[in-house]
Design a protein around this ligand. Structure first.
Ligand code: ADP
Length: 469
């Protein structure tokens, strides 16, 4: 189900990202163009106002140097012909009566200035205002300013030129704005593809792995950004899964291998007992062999299940206060006969008492297995030393032997289920003893480590907390 929905979701995400990118690109382009447009409009208006204010200053100068007649002449010159349609002048005395004025035919409905205006502009900056006249298509900008202590001049200029300039500009902006909107889609699509590329790479790899290519990995690009970290985490997860899968595969291979020999023996015993010329005692002996092999198989299966349960934490430990010194001493005594049979000396360095809270039976099995292995893998005349040390909050049991030792590259593997060194296959065993010891140690919050020199011997160290955490 998931493999069917994910491509569709991928397309939807790409489409959504495209729309977001395109929207953001178009919006920011439009915003930039709008800001530019409004700045230009404000600049044009400012220029017009400056021109009008400059004109007022020029008229003021003209009045001072050449008198009222020259002012009137200049007003008429400025509004000759077509200019009368776009400009007008009015000169007012400070008491509000009109002194001079140009043709106002094109400016019908122009209101007279308010009385307060005369007071506010004498000796001050000109006042600027925009008015809309009923018969004019474009607004008129009017500047009113004093040109002496007695006269106030009113200059009006149609904003037609400004409006046309701005409209022209708008026309020129329209093409890039439309281009920006049109470009937004392919740019958005391109950016969405780029952003989703690493995700697609992860999806592709996952699909290939699902099809069986377990060794495929996602290419890690970039400098540790979120997607590079996702790829790294994904690859690390795959490494872990692959290690687990190959561990399980190896374990089942070992299991199959270990089941094969006893099953072959059971089959052979059953086959032989079927042949008619066997005596009753021979048949009984074959049946006993088959039973023994079956018991061994059952023990192997039970131990395997016990390891699984202990590792998963499914079993409850029967924790009681125990004297580990006594437990280790008993174990050494128990193996004394085996050690003598093998001509191996067993020494114990154990304090009088060492109290610890733990599951007696499980700790007994863990320690017994270490001693059993030490005796198994130590040739005659060798020595096994069992040491118990009190380390404050922890207790340490060392089982050292002068046996065959373990090759360096196998020291980690011997704790795996069913793993047996090639050199140890001549000895009885099923490769589960150390796995169970380790599972029991861990269930107690402890650990087991090993140091070994091939040909010279090994030391297994079991460390247990004195009390459960
Ligand atoms: P088994 O002893 O039944 O094979 P274990 O799980 O107890 O299984 O041990 C796994 C392997 O570790 C052994 O097959 C052996 O190769 C190695 N090993 C364990 N203890 C020793 C030891 N004291 N000296 C050398 N090799 C050892």
């Amino acid at each position: 189900m998931s493999s069917e929905t994910s491509p569709r979701q991928g397309r939807t995400l790409a489409a959504r990202l495209t729309l977001w990118y395109a929207g953001a690109f178009a919006a920011s382009s439009m915003l930039a163009l709008s800001v530019a447009y409004f700045l230009i409009v404000a600049h044009v208006r400012e220029r017009t106002d400056e021109d009008l204010s400059d004109d007022i200053e020029e008229f003021s100068e003209l009045l001072r140097t050449d008198g009222l007649g020259r002012v009137e002449e200049e007003m008429r010159l400025d509004t000759q012909g077509d200019q009368a349609e776009t400009e007008f002048y009015r000169l007012w005395s400070k008491d509000g009566s009109l002194v001079l004025g140009t043709d106002l035919a094109q400016f019908a409905g122009l209101p007279a200035p308010a009385d307060s205006l005369f007071q506010s502009v004498i000796g001050a900056e000109p006042v600027l205002a925009t008015v809309d006249l009923p018969r004019r298509e474009h607004s008129v900008r009017i500047a009113s300013g004093a040109i002496s202590d007695d006269y106030v001049i009113e200059l009006g200029e149609s904003l037609e030129d400004d409006d046309e300039f701005v409209a022209g500009l708008l026309g020129r902006f329209a093409a890039p704005a439309a281009g920006a909107v049109l470009l937004a889609m392919p740019i958005g699509w391109f950016m969405a593809r780029r952003a989703l590329h690493p995700v697609e790479s992860v999806t592709r790899t996952a699909t290939e792995i699902a099809a069986g290519a377990m060794d495929r990995r996602v290419a890690v690009r970039g400098q540790g950004d979120e997607l590079a970290r996702l790829a790294q985490a994904f690859n690390a997860m795959l490494d872990r899964i692959q290690a687990l899968v190959s561990g399980i595969r190896e374990m089942s291979d070992n299991l199959a291998h270990d089941l094969r020999s006893p099953l072959t023996r059971i089959r052979a015993a059953a086959e032989m007992s079927l042949s008619g010329d066997r005596s009753d005692s021979a048949r009984s002996s074959l049946a006993a062999t088959a039973t023994e092999e079956c018991d061994r198989l059952l023990e192997m299966i039970d131990t395997n299940l016990e390891i699984t349960e202990t590792e998963s934490g499914a079993v409850r430990l029967d924790r009681v206060e125990i004297d580990l010194a006594e437990l280790v001493r008993d174990a050494c005594e128990l193996f004394q006969t085996v050690a003598e049979d093998r001509k191996v000396e067993i020494c114990a360095e154990i304090p009088a008492r060492c109290m610890l809270v733990g599951d007696r039976q499980r700790l007994q099995r863990a320690i017994a297995n270490l001693i059993d292995n030490a005796l198994k893998y130590t040739p005659a005349t060798g020595r096994v030393t069992v040491t118990l040390s009190d380390r404050g909050s922890e207790v340490q049991v060392d089982v050292a032997d002068t046996g065959v030792g373990i090759p360096y590259d196998e020291t980690a593997r011997i704790f795996e289920r069913f793993y047996r060194s090639d050199g140890s296959r001549s000895q009885p065993g099923n490769g589960l003893g150390l796995s169970l010891s380790l599972a029991n140690a861990r269930a107690h919050g402890g650990r087991i480590s090993v140091e070994s020199v091939p040909g010279r011997g090994s030391t297994f160290t079991l460390v247990l907390p004195r009390r459960p955490a």
